[in-house]
Design a protein around this ligand. Structure first.
Ligand code: BG6
Ligand code: MG
Length: 213
């Protein structure tokens, strides 16, 4: 299969902001006295901010109102954005940078497909916005992964149909979203080995073999 476009998840694929999400949720959970660990954190990958909060609150003894939940999500996001302030172009690994540059040089259209409302901020801080032809993120979707909306819009923005695109993901919810949208997918990190993924990548740079241009 020759892919004409690649839609990349951002958190956990291009940048390791997944560890900042974890820290910020952990700070909130600790303050509220709610048990939270890496395993629960893995269920938050690819999932929207409010849905992530609902997963964390599964272990809460208190029932929070919708207004309180909005406040808790804002508290987490403020902590997360504080952590994002540390980010710079040095947070993009030479492997990711080199691979994206080589794929672009092969004429493959590149897009971001992220559930995050902070995607623009992260791309700006790391200086890589210019490498992507389009960004589909948490600001333009109504349903988060595993719904395929974010990838369907990404493909539309780069004027390709799903069958011409490959989705790259580290989240199970993200691979499910790719399958639901009719996309082939390449799994990394936490999603590596997931049976529904079309491929598993041992490393990001392996995309160069999958996408010869
Ligand atoms: C996804 C992350 O990319 O974005 C999730 O994998 C996160 O963990 C989601 O909850 C929403 O992010 P944000 O930045 O809008 O809170
Ligand atoms: Mg991810």
């Amino acid at each position: 299969m020759r892919y004409r476009g690649i839609i990349f998840d951002l958190d956990g694929v291009i940048v390791h902001t997944d560890r900042y999400h974890y820290k910020a949720w952990k700070a909130l959970a600790d303050r509220l006295g709610i048990y939270f660990d890496e395993e629960i954190n893995n269920r938050l990958r690819g999932v929207s901010r409010m849905e992530s909060l609902d997963i964390i609150l599964e272990r809460a003894e208190t029932v929070y109102s919708d207004a309180e939940k909005v406040g808790l999500a804002a508290e987490k996001n403020a902590e997360y954005q504080k952590l994002l302030e540390q980010m710079s172009p040095a947070d993009i690994s030479p492997e990711v940078l080199g691979t994206l540059g080589a794929l672009k040089a092969r004429g493959i259209r590149l897009a971001i497909g992220s559930s995050s409302k902070n995607a623009g901020l992260i791309l700006a801080r790391t200086g890589i916005r210019g490498l992507f032809d389009a960004v589909s993120d948490g600001n333009n979707i109504t349903r988060s992964k595993p719904d395929p909306e974010v990838f369907a819009l990404g493909a539309e923005y780069i004027r390709l149909s799903p069958e011409d695109c490959l989705v790259v993901e580290d989240a199970i919810a993200g691979i499910d979203a790719a399958v639901a949208g009719g996309f082939d997918s390449a799994a990394l990190g936490e999603a590596a080995g997931y049976a529904k993924a079309t491929y598993t990548l041992a490393r990001f740079g392996d995309l160069l073999e999958l996408c010869p241009g």
